[in-house]
Design a protein around this ligand. Sequence first.
Ligand SMILES: Nc1nc2[nH]cc(C(=O)O)c2c(=O)[nH]1
Ligand code: SF4
Ligand SMILES: [Mg+2]
Length: 250
Amino acid sequence: MKLAKLNDGPEIFHTIQGEGVSAGLPAIFIRASRCNLHCRWCDTDYTWNFEGTPWPHDFDADPNYHKHRKSDVTIELSPAEIAEHVLRFPTRRVVLTGGEPLLQQSAWLELITLLRKADPAYLFEVETNGTRMPTPDFEAAIDQLNISPKLANSGMEESTRLIPEVLTHLADNPKAWFKFVASSDADVAEIESIAARFKIPSQRILLMPEGRTATELDRHSAGFAAEALARGWRFCDRLHVRLWGDKRGV
Ligand SMILES: Nc1nc2[nH]cc(C(=O)O)c2c(=O)[nH]1
Ligand code: SF4
Ligand SMILES: [Mg+2]
């Protein structure tokens, strides 16, 4: 599998789930490399913003920022090798993230099978942008889908970031939660229209402020909590950002 590389190894880490309905629970994160989207504010740009690609990123404004050399930021491991890493940790909740993890569904299924053979107590969450249809086997194997559809502020064309067939399908799955990242009131209005268009139940919507620091999160937290309350949505913080700041591997 293609995973993000961190300190010469794969980006697999034991931490507390910082976002979504399992926030606060211990979890092992596995970060896939590669994404089919190229959001301008993406905080895991090293999974897709490679040398020779044309995608703009907010970081371009920083004269010290350079696109990544693919071989510097990617590591290839087999599902069996990944299972070995995961089995070293005492936790049984595993979060598949990225990049976009649904680009490698059959390999994840091999990993899930191996881990459940070692211990049937393993639970799996996936963090996805909601543009790729899960295969029936993958969707059945995953315990929780954390879907973050992207808004206009990502810089992506609507036809690339909102795939009606996928969103309508996932809206019907009680294991699917929709975690929207917002940084303005216009974003909240856009989320409302997406929710209505794809019939996403309000009880499975989470509103999460954008931010890489506690100060940035605080700009919108109280306001968005009130917006969420008014609509029957959940409010969602970014606990790992508050605990550890803008760091990798936590
Ligand atoms: N602690 C922690 N929680 C997270 N929830 C979603 C994450 C992600 O980057 O997908 C993430 C992450 O990177 N770290
Ligand atoms: S979908 Fe997620 S990983 Fe992909 S570019 Fe957007 S924010 Fe980054
Ligand atoms: Mg993240």
